[in-house]
Write a protein that binds this ligand. Structure first.
Ligand code: ADP
Ligand code: ZN
Ligand code: ZN
Length: 688
């Protein structure tokens, strides 16, 4: 018997399993998941036991020196998931392995004493029986017939032990969460456990409360806004079996849960489900894999599913699955067409900002939005102004005719780079001086887009001197718990007007919010990213869903320079289906997901010339290896970030495995000099 050891140090050359022999005195003790010290070269290294094999692959095998942490830090099943994940996302094995280790142990190879002295909490506390807690309040109200039908399909799959995947497609406020809760209750009654993922937990305190009310101590909550100690505590409650419902962000997938029967993913389209550092996994794909490994049921819930997920769903669940993704299967679509109590969705009015300029209004708020704000404030109700701010970059728009300057060669929006005052195309590399006048109508009212929250706050404060304004963005938040403070200040009516970026689109369920104003719907629309239309539609739908959620009727105003754009039209009509029909055709034409799979290779470095050269060699090599589907390298949409120049190569194809192999081969051949890195992103969410 030999042990397979993965070293704790992340480095390309040593990222593999090493075989070691097990000395007599450790044979009875050694377990998968333990931390050990092993001889390596002339020194010793910390590593983890990942498995056991009968045969060693080298003849001169060395002994493990000692077990440095008795308590296993991960399970055999976790290893299986991690192996798959590291391979699928082309990451280091050890980096992926850290996902499944208890929060307190990550990257602390030196401090193993602490981990050892901890006892699993099951030994300290009496495990609570799976009591009647779950049936309490289940009959607090009777489900609507749409809810009942959807739940019945899920219960049937649970009853029959069929590991189905469901898309619960229902407008905001249609009662999706209630279905989650009841499905979980059934899973728990059968002695199984559940994972529930939400995009950003600190923005959804009301949801957390609903889970705590329903499942009490059986619910564990895991997210990054907790202290390390809190996270560790929750992790251990899951490991001991005390908590059998894990509610959290994407990392909830890696909690040491046993007997997994159900995975729920709320708003699966959200970009927060993509890990933007290594391993760059997408929680949706990992959830599907984890469910497959456990024969667990999956429920994805949303009013605006991602185009990919919607494409893979049907009432029968047997719609086309593209090549290379058969293992992930298709979804059964369950529909909740209406809000509870038939509450109407708020009417949306689209304001053409070009007309505002013609009428002499140079401000950021249209006449109509000002009027509505005034009325709302006079009635003692609350309003939200949403700014879709994208931080890093700007494109150029003509305020008279709404034209967004495009690449003459590929008709995608050109992006302005402040470092050289040029506009450039991220598809073909075209660049030009920024024009002084509009190429279409010759007007001089050409401007860089990207109005900040501060500017709007100033304008609103001037227009409504008495109003209590709360500004909510990355600058004013950031401290632990500050979301909750903002959230409750506004929810308790201590502010009249909330001005904010993306963070105000989620979670807020405030009865007195009757007006939502979208200051600049276009900001995200013209991004040179194939998902920009989808993201904008989803954002607009989400933020519109904040208005009129209770007895007071709501209203939404969308300001735009492109009132005829299909995203604006369909969002204004609350019409996801119409949006989807347009969008899927677009994707089909351009061969983007779901009609292909993508891998991005981003080459970044401080030395521009070298970075460009390396990206060119990588691109050339990939181009020879793959006959088609290699786009670039081109300078990234954000050309320079934190002092580093960025060049991107995008691989587009039907088989991830083929593209992955080409990348592996390329990386094996090309020597990447110090100071330059090549970031491989499988299933990239952002191509900026
Ligand atoms: P969603 O998750 O689709 O946004 P929720 O499950 O949060 O919807 O339901 C919206 C509101 O309606 C919540 O306050 C919830 O408690 C309530 N609700 C859900 N189902 C019912 C029902 N069958 N009858 C009455 N109220 C319900
Ligand atoms: Zn171009
Ligand atoms: Zn113009």
């Amino acid at each position: 018997m030999f042990a397979e050891i993965v070293l704790a140090r992340a480095s390309r050359g040593i990222d593999k399993l090493y075989h070691y022999s097990i000395p007599e005195e450790l044979r009875q003790k050694i377990k998968i998941g333990q931390q050990v010290r092993v001889p390596f070269g002339f020194r010793s290294e910390i590593g983890y036991v990942a498995g056991f094999v009968e045969q060693a692959e080298v003849s001169k095998v060395k002994d493990i020196l000692e077990i440095t942490s008795e308590l296993p830090l991960f399970t055999e099943q976790a290893i299986e998931l991690v192996k798959w994940l590291a391979d699928y996302y082309s990451s280091f094995f050890i980096t992926a392995l850290r996902l499944v280790m208890p929060p307190g142990t990550k990257g602390k190879e030196g401090r193993t004493k602490k981990a050892e002295s901890r006892k699993p909490s099951a030994e300290r506390r009496q495990e609570k029986p799976l009591s009647s807690a779950f049936s309490v309040r289940l009959s607090a109200f009777s489900l609507t017939s749409a809810q009942q039908n959807a739940l019945n399909s899920i219960l049937q799959a649970i009853g029959n032990g069929q590991p189905e995947k469901f898309l619960l497609y229902g407008v905001t406020g249609s009662g999706k969460t209630e279905i989650y809760l009841q499905a979980i209750a059934e899973i728990l009654r059968r002695g199984k456990s559940a994972i529930v993922m939400v995009p950003e937990i600190s923005l959804t305190p009301q949801l957390v409360q609903r889970f705590r009310d329903r499942f009490h101590d059986h619910a564990a909550v895991l997210h990054s806004d907790l202290t390390l100690k809190q996270r560790d505590g929750e992790w251990r409650r899951v490991a001991s079996g005390e908590a059998s419902v894990v509610l959290g962000t994407r990392s909830a997938l890696f909690a040491p849960i046993k007997n997994l029967g159900l995975i729920i993913m709320d708003e699966e389209y959200e970009t927060t489900y993509k890990n933007e550092k290594s391993p760059r996994y997408h929680a949706r794909t990992v959830a599907l894999k984890l469910a497959e490994m456990n024969d667990a049921i999956v429920i994805m819930g949303s009013a605006t599913p991602s185009v990919e997920t919607y494409y893979h769903s049907s009432e029968q669940g047997s719609s086309a699955v593209p090549a290379g993704r058969q293992e992930l299967g298709a979804y059964i679509k369950l529909v909740l067409p209406k809000r509870i109590d038939d509450r109407p969705l708020p009417p949306v009015e689209v304001i053409d900002m070009r007309a505002e300029l013609k009428a002499g209004n140079f401000g950021v708020l249209s006449g109509k939005l000002r009027d509505e704000l005034e009325k709302t404030l006079a009635n003692g109700e609350q309003a939200i102004l949403f700014i879709n701010r994208l931080g890093f970059f700007t494109f150029i728009i003509c305020r008279s005719c709404g034209y967004v300057i495009e690449c003459p060669r590929c008709s995608v929006s050109l992006v302005y780079s402040s470092h050289d005052r040029q506009i450039r195309c991220n598809r073909c590399g075209y660049s030009a001086e920024t024009p002084k006048t509009c190429p279409r109508c010759n007007s001089a009212s050409i401007k860089y887009f990207g109005t900040g929250t501060q500017r709007i706050e100033e304008e609103a404060a001037k227009a409504f001197p008495g109003a209590r304004i709360l500004r909510y963005d990355r600058d004013t938040t950031g401290k632990r718990g500050s979301h909750e403070i903002f959230f409750s200040t506004f929810a308790e009516g201590k502010a009249d007007l909330l001005i904010g970026t993306q963070m105000v689109t989620k979670g807020l369920d405030v009865a007195k919010v009757t007006l939502v104003g979208v200051v600049s719907a276009d900001t995200g629309l013209h991004l040179p990213d194939f998902r920009s239309a989808e993201h904008t539609f989803q954002l607009l739908t989400q933020v519109a869903g904040r208005a009129g959620r209770h007895h007071l009727p709501g209203k939404v105003i969308i300001q735009t320079y492109s009132p005829d754009h299909y995203v604006i039209e369909t969002a204004a009509g609350h019409d996801y289906e119409a949006f989807y029909r347009r969008e899927i055709e677009h994707r089909r034409e351009l061969g983007y997901p779901p009609f292909s799979q993508l891998i991005s290779v981003l080459v970044a470095g401080a030395d521009q010339k070298k970075t460009a050269e390396i990206s060119q060699s990588i691109g050339d090599f990939l181009g020879r290896r793959l006959t088609e589907g290699v786009l670039g390298p081109v300078m990234a949409v954000i050309p320079k970030l934190r002092g580093e120049w960025r060049y991107r190569i995008l691989l587009k194809g039907s088989e991830l495995e083929v593209m992955r192999n080409a990348i592996r081969e390329t990386m094996g051949r090309i020597v990447i000099p110090r100071g330059i890195k090549a970031i491989i992103d499988v299933e990239p969410m952002s191509l900026l």
